[in-house]
Design a protein around this ligand. Sequence first.
Ligand SMILES: C[S@@+](CC[C@H](N)C(=O)[O-])C[C@H]1O[C@@H](n2cnc3c(N)ncnc32)[C@H](O)[C@@H]1O
Length: 225
Amino acid sequence: MKPTILLGTAQIPNDGGELRLTQRDDVFNIQLVGVHGELMSSRMSSSEVALSELGCAHLQGVENAKVLVGGLGMGFTLAAALKATSSSSQVVVAELVPEVVEWNKGALGECAGRPLDDQRTEVYLGDVAELFMSRQATFDAILLDVDNGPEAFTHDDNSELYSMASLQAIREMLHPNGVLAVWSAWHDPRFTKRLKKAGFSTSFKTVRAHKGKGSKHTIYLAKKS
Ligand SMILES: C[S@@+](CC[C@H](N)C(=O)[O-])C[C@H]1O[C@@H](n2cnc3c(N)ncnc32)[C@H](O)[C@@H]1O
């Protein structure tokens, strides 16, 4: 069996813990130290891709669409957002941890086909929540996968992101008919209720982690009507 190689470590801002990037054979893993299981594996990307496919379905053939992806990770959601939108689109990806961006510029970037090299990609280095402060309609789709989902947090600061105040701010950041899509490891009807209260019309889809197999994940879809 091939050994696991440690490729890099990174501190999450605000004492959020340590991320570790490892590689075994051609599989990459990102782990949060002290938390059971991996945060991400390059073996499983179907639900990360589905987040973009579902969240950008309304943007097919739309010129100059603007999309925000919250959390770069291994770049699968970003790559799928670029694929799902036209050549005149712009996709901003917000990433909290600078090393994650650097890892994607290196060997890890191959996993999703190097979406950072696409000229439509713009990187915002920092907390995605900072982008919601202007409350100006800017995006046609906002795709969030910064954690395990609204119900479980690996990074404490992210609980605020899914609060009522934040959801209302996110709604204001969307153009009319814009869509907020949120990846989650579980389904929680309470989050759907909160989205409705924040003024969205909502639905959700259950998707599998890997090519129709593996864990079931939830994609919440919230439309600004
Ligand atoms: C589960 S991964 C995202 C996986 C991604 N969907 C993909 O396709 O590979 C979560 C990412 O969000 C980043 N992150 C966590 N909290 C964040 C925040 N508040 N703002 C921006 N990025 C954040 C993490 O550093 C990590 O890179």
